[in-house]
Design a protein around this ligand. Structure first.
Ligand SMILES: Nc1ncnc2c1ncn2[C@@H]1O[C@H](COP(=O)(O)OP(=O)(O)OP(=O)(O)O)[C@@H](O)[C@H]1O
Ligand SMILES: [Mg+2]
Length: 424
């Protein structure tokens, strides 16, 4: 266990000198002269520990600073699930517990020895009395603490960024996989649907022919043939509807929608799309305002007219269907901005409504294929899945959704001003 030794009269002897040398390597004490170091050693204590022992525990009352004279320790915390997470390892010449000297608060982590250790321990009262004779100590201490806080802050920030990057990548991957699956299934359905369609058409044609009319002897038989004809017409109609659905399923994967890259005026693409939507907008009483904030900035976009237009039409159709009650309608804002400060200069098109909003529990799901709250009003839940895929795959951009129930929804599409095609 712990061999605890309280030293008095350290100011004589080799051991005291060796400790003074170690303490000089601690930033707080680096500019102490010999007399100050001797005083420091005299008011401190030495503790020795075996390997794998707890020196102090998270949550304990704390009152002292530890300088490692020899050996190594690990500093760790338990996460919400009770797993040990190592914060760092410290070695001879390092120190820990310095916050306790200032605030005397609770320990914020657990420290355990990795090897046999010898510590120089400075208690808070001793430290406070030392401060009176060496006021510069406080400045040193603050500088060291600030450096520590900054390093921790930076590490935390880096880790958070990494976590976010991973999360975004996983989300993108999930969407890509879903989209591929939907498009794949749709593709497979196409052939059998085509065959049914041809067969139904054939049946209808043959039953309407003169030969069949000649064959029909009595009324009962005539009725049967009429029923078959009606059934084949029904089949054809429904196969057509199924075919349309399959086409839109295929659109969830961008590889299935063709568009060619052009040198375009981005504001013009937006205005053209809005004119396509004019009739719907009037019917739904949508007051659409397009605000081009580019000013003097170039409007040239090396991009895809069809893709952007499709994305905007999907977003506008959603506003028409979900944001506002049809009797009242409401305002829709579309803003165009540019950001040249990024590594790849981008345009951002934001489409905003002030309508009903999307409840928080739906926010993560609206981009999933087949998620819809409007099944009863003709929604298949593919619109935003298509939007997501076009923006992230074809336009090489990102999409940000913000929404507050009762306050409205905004979709911000950010994509490069020059889209580099794959393989270029
Ligand atoms: N502007 C909006 N305001 C409120 N809710 C919205 C808005 N846009 C989308 N939503 C919600 O997101 C869901 C998914 O939209 P999405 O476009 O993917 O499917 P859909 O419009 O229901 O069907 P489809 O687009 O295939 O016709 C909608 O059902 C609706 O609940
Ligand atoms: Mg939609």
């Amino acid at each position: 266990m712990i061999a605890y030794l309280a030293y008095n009269g350290w100011d004589s002897g080799d051991a005291a000198l060796a400790i003074e040398q170690k303490l000089k390597s601690v930033p707080f004490f680096s500019d102490f002269d010999d007399a100050q170091l001797a005083e420091l050693v005299a008011i401190g204590e030495i503790e020795t520990y075996d390997a794998n022992q707890i020196v102090l525990r998270d949550g304990d009352d704390s009152n002292e600073l530890y300088v490692i004279l020899s050996g190594s320790v690990t500093i760790y915390k338990r996460d919400a699930k009770g797993n040990e997470v190592e914060l760092k390892a410290e070695h001879s010449g390092d120190f820990f517990g310095e916050l306790a000297l200032l605030d005397g608060g609770k320990r914020s982590a657990t420290v355990a020895t990795l090897t046999p250790c010898e510590f120089f321990v400075l208690r808070r009262e001793a430290f406070l009395s030392l401060l009176q004779s060496s006021p510069s100590l406080l400045t040193k201490m603050f500088a060291a603490l600030a450096a520590d806080v900054r390093a921790t802050g930076e590490r935390y920030f880096r880790e958070e960024l990494e976590k976010q990057r991973l999360h975004t990548e996983m989300e993108l991957e999930r969407h890509r996989a879903l989209a591929q699956m939907v498009a794949g299934v749709a593709h497979e359905l196409n052939t059998p649907l085509g065959i049914i369609n041809t067969a139904a058409g054939l049946i209808r044609q043959r039953l309407q022919g003169e030969v069949v009319s000649a064959l029909v002897m009595d009324r009962k038989m005539k009725n049967t043939f009429d029923d078959i004809i009606e059934a084949s017409v029904l089949m054809e109609g429904n196969v057509r509807r199924a075919h349309q659905l399959v086409q839109s399923f295929k659109n969830v994967s961008v590889s299935q929608i063709a568009d060619t890259r052009e040198r375009l005026d981005i504001a013009e693409v937006i205005t053209d799309t809005l004119s396509l939507f004019k009739i719907n907008a009037r019917k739904a009483r949508l007051d659409i305002v397009f605000q081009d904030d580019l000013g003097e900035h170039s409007h040239i976009w090396e991009g895809y007219r069809g893709y952007l237009s499709r994305v905007l039409l999907n977003l506008l159709t959603n506003i028409e269907r979900y944001a506002y009650p049809p009797e009242t309608g409401g305002k829709v804002e579309i803003t165009l901005t540019a950001d040249d400060a990024r590594a790849v200069p981008t345009f951002t098109v934001m489409v905003r409504d002030y309508g009903r909003g999307i409840p928080p529990e739906n926010m993560a799901r609206v981009f999933d294929p087949f998620f819809t709250t409007g099944r009863g009003v003709g929604g298949t839940g593919l619109g935003l899945a298509i939007v997501h895929n076009i923006v992230t795959s074809a336009l090489k951009g990102t999409i940000l959704l913000e929404s507050t129930v009762g306050d409205g929804t905004s979709f911000s599409l950010t994509f490069p001003q020059v889209i580099v095609e794959n393989g270029q």
